[in-house]
Design a protein around this ligand. Sequence first.
Ligand SMILES: [Zn+2]
Length: 114
Amino acid sequence: MIIDLAKNAKDAQLAMKISSEVASIQERLIDVQQQALELQTDNQDLKAKIQAFNDDTEFRDSLEFDPVGIYTRQGPRGLEMYCSACLDRDNKRMRVTGTRGSGTPHCQVHGYRQ
Ligand SMILES: [Zn+2]
């Protein structure tokens, strides 16, 4: 009889210990899942940055510099012209306009480019 009571008490202690360990493991699992999610987000951000960097490098490698202050390149729909000051200083792809009428490339920000 006393032996049975002692055995039951020991079983109950063991069950509590197991339950506590399971709860601890579940908490750690949630932490690991959150870290995995953060890493996934970081990875997606880095992939997007690499893609943007490669796109920009490809764009810049396709340009030819004209000392009047424009970059030119053959784009998918014909000749493209960009203001060199906008691109070099502000990293903005500003097209120059007004080339058909006046024959003088004009930037919306920097004015006439020759
Ligand atoms: Zn400009």
